[in-house]
Write a protein that binds this ligand. Structure first.
Ligand code: GLU
Length: 264
């Protein structure tokens, strides 16, 4: 089913979480990025169009600077993102260049999505980049976002992006291969959910825990993203980014995930 959905989708938004992009010690997982860029290039050769939503600015900032890791002050976190975003994009630029693709960067906030003129401009920029074979890479503009204009997590940002671009599919790569009825890291008998038709049924049947590691999202924001896109007729896939060749493996039906079906 998953490989069929990917096979039938031309416009795909892919979100990669901080836990997938960073290694245990917080440094960028460059071999993942190189491999991921090659897999995107292979899909592009098949005629697919890809927009990336990449987290990792904050964790890249910490590993670049090697300090401020424990600072919780918003100014330090925003400064870390300013530093790390450059590092993050430099790595993506090199990875995609080696795969023969150009990239473009968009840094967005919730305010941009609430403003008609900005929304139109973002849409036009994304369409133009993609039409010209350039891969847009999006992150929240963490350095300018304060609470009121923050989206806060890239799960929701990728959902808004998928709707804005009228994508055929949203894929979220995280450190887990989908939704379980309870936390599989704590409960070995946790049951994997392969397909979700009704989100309210799912919500009542699972335990939603807190986030861990470098990411900000956790399962709650992934379900919010699913809620958003499926209402617009866009299916969503939640899959594990640490599986080797994670994108190709999903497309070939070699790895599993949770598929949230689009609501008609
Ligand atoms: N925008 C944040 C960053 O790049 C990540 C947000 C998220 O993890 O969802 O560090």
């Amino acid at each position: 089913m998953i490989s069929k959905v990917i096979g039938e989708s031309r416009k795909i938004v892919i979100k990669i979480g901080s836990n997938t992009l960073a290694q245990e010690d917080g440094t960028m997982n460059r071999s993942f990025m190189d491999s991921f860029a090659r897999q995107c290039a292979a899909l592009a050769r098949e005629g697919k169009q890809i927009v990336l939503v990449s987290s990792g600015a904050q964790v890249a900032g910490v590993s670049t600077l090697d300090r401020w890791a424990r600072k919780k002050d918003i100014h330090y976190r925003q400064a870390l993102c300013a530093i790390g975003q450059v590092e993050l994009m430099q790595n993506w630029r090199e990875a995609f260049a080696a795969a023969g693709l150009h990239i473009g960067q968009l840094l967005l906030t919730r305010e941009d999505f609430n403003d008609d003129q900005r929304t139109l401009n973002m849409r036009n920029t994304i369409f133009t980049l993609v039409d010209e074979g350039v891969v847009p890479i999006i992150n929240e503009n963490d350095s300018v976002s304060y609470e009121e204009i923050r989206i806060g997590d890239n799960d929701n940002l990728s959902a808004l992006t998928a709707i804005l671009w009228s994508a055929d599919l949203l894929i979220l790569f995280s450190d887990i291969d989908g939704v379980y009825d309870k936390n599989p890291k704590e409960y070995p008998d946790a049951r994997h959910v392969a397909e979700v038709g009704d989100l309210s049924v799912l919500r009542s049947g699972i335990v939603i825990g807190a986030t861990n590691g470098f990411g900000t999202g956790g399962i709650a924001t992934k379900l919010e993203a699913a809620e958003k896109v499926t209402a617009y007729g866009i299916p969503m896939l939640l899959a594990n980014g640490s599986v080797p060749e994670c994108l190709t493996a999903l497309a070939d039906g070699r790895s599993r995930g949770t598929l949230f079906l689009a609501r008609e």
